[in-house]
Ligand binder design. Structure first.
Ligand code: SF4
Length: 463
């Protein structure tokens, strides 16, 4: 599919340049629409027909849809490109974790609370899980309804998925919770019943087939009732699981985006939780889930349903998601300036780093976790890391001098000693000449900084 241009969109706008949308010109608004930074409804001068045409033109080839409502809402799908550098990937895939109706009630409650409370901070962002998936293993409607009830009670902002092939069991779950849970799996055996049910209660429906081509008849049948669909082409368990599963997802994405095959214009869904029942060894199962889910975040899962709540197994998945779903058009940078780490005073060391987000958070995090009190001077390298900015000429003596003058750090400390990163050793002389400060070359890796500062007697600098 050819990439939409701002001119294609501009041709449908009123061209009044009135500014009511917050843009000075209609062309600026058109550019924002193409970049998904505005919505057609933001232009009050559009008539109904033009609005509808624009919405159609701007609709991504992979449908964007919601699961849950209010605090429990997550958005899935909505992508337009095969490769992130072509535009950006939108809507990071939500990660759901399972509980089962054959667990004891206190186990369901305990695991749901673990899912709800799981969080880890990385690069200044809190990474969390997004949903709880209640799986029927008993086939008993009352037991399933009770499991759903407990999972909903013990979570506050998790989206919900109801997992059973039996429409009667599904109805029992919906009697307890009907705020747009995901209903899954609709297969060739229950497609009509589940699609009708999904349409009646206005819930998204996950379709499951053993292979990509087997999804097509399911989509066609489901579309008679609902258009809020997710596609699961069958996760392969075995020696080639990662390759074959990601190949299937790529095939669906390619057909939807490059060949405009409408039956595949829906978000995809990957389940790794069956590993928990295929492997005797709990650690081995969690490890396999982690491999598969991490790979599928890259190519091209829009939703993941996992069993494990092991932090070491979830961390690679959530980290991968955080990395892939940043916008490549936006530099990843923090505000340059002076940052206090801990409770520094006039004898505390002054360290220098760059304003690349990852660099800043690694350095600050390593110093904070070791309880180091110091001043951190962050220079403006346009969001580039240390080695790149040294090579590119952004990390210079002049840049350090500028941040010293702008922040007034000279008034905060009595000494004149700067610790620069080990990877900036090449600019030591330049920094000394430009600033007049003594320069100490620090470590290659920020995790070694606390020990280095202590060993070199730099934790308190008395001059
Ligand atoms: S509100 Fe509409 S007509 Fe006015 S500048 Fe924006 S896009 Fe153009």
């Amino acid at each position: 599919m050819a990439q939409l241009s701002a001119m294609d969109v501009y041709n449908l706008l009123p061209k009044a340049n009135c500014g009511a949308c917050g843009c000075k010109t209609c062309m600026e608004f058109a550019t924002k629409l193409v970049n998904r930074e505005a919505k057609p409804e933001d232009c009050p001068k559009l008539d109904d027909e033009s609005l509808e045409k624009l919405q159609e033109l701007l609709a991504p080839p992979i449908k964007e849809l919601t699961i849950g409502e209010g605090d429990r809402e997550v958005i899935v799908g909505g992508d337009e490109v095969m490769f992130r550098h072509e535009l950006s990937f939108f809507n990071p895939p939500p990660v759901f974790v399972t509980v089962y109706d054959d667990m004891k009630e206190d186990e369901i409650a305990g695991k749901t609370e673990e899912i709800q409370e799981f969080q880890v901070e990385r690069v200044g962002e809190v990474l969390k899980l997004d949903g709880v998936a209640v799986v029927s293993r008993t086939g008993n409607p009352e037991k399933f309804a009770r499991a759903v009830e407990i999972a909903v009670e013990r979570s506050k902002d998790l989206a919900v998925a109801l997992i059973t092939t039996d429409p009667k069991v599904m109805e029992a779950g919906l009697d307890v919770f009907d705020e747009r849970p995901l209903l899954y799996p609709a297969t060739e055996d229950n497609i009509e019943d589940l699609a009708k049910l999904a349409a009646d209660v206005d819930c998204p429906l996950g379709l499951h087939a053993r292979d990509v081509e087997d999804l097509v008849p399911l989509v066609v049948e489901a579309q008679q009732y609902t258009d809020d669909l997710l596609l699961d082409p069958g996760t392969e368990f075995g020696s080639h699981d990662v390759v074959s599963t990601t190949d299937k997802l790529a095939e669906i994405r390619k057909a939807a985006i490059e060949e405009e095959f409408e039956s595949f214009g829906y978000p995809t869904l990957v389940t790794t939780f069956p590993y928990a029942f295929l492997e005797d060894n709990h650690v081995k199962a969690a490890r396999r889930e982690s491999y598969l889910a991490s790979a599928c975040v890259l190519r091209y899962a829009d939703l993941l349903i996992m069993d494990t709540v092991e932090p070491w197994a979830l961390l690679p998945v959530l980290t991968q998601r955080q990395c892939v779903y940043t916008d490549p058009r936006e530099p990843q940078e923090v505000e340059p300036g002076l940052y206090r780490i801990g409770d520094p005073d006039e004898n505390s060391p002054v360290l220098v780093t760059t304003n690349f987000t990852l660099t800043y958070h690694c350095v600050a995090g390593d110093l904070e976790s070791a309880d180091v009190d110091c001043w951190l001077l962050v220079i403006d390298t346009g969001g580039l890391a240390v080695d790149v900015s040294v090579a590119g000429g952004q990390f210079t003596g002049e840049a350090v001098k500028e941040v010293i003058e702008e922040t007034g750090i000279e008034n905060n400390v009595e000494h004149r000693v700067l610790v620069i990163p080990g990877k900036a050793a090449a600019v030591k002389g330049d920094v000394e000449d430009a600033t007049g400060w003594d320069v100490v070359i620090g470590t290659q890796d920020s995790s070694e900084l606390p020990e280095f500062l202590e060993k070199e007697g730099l934790l308190r600098i008395d001059e």
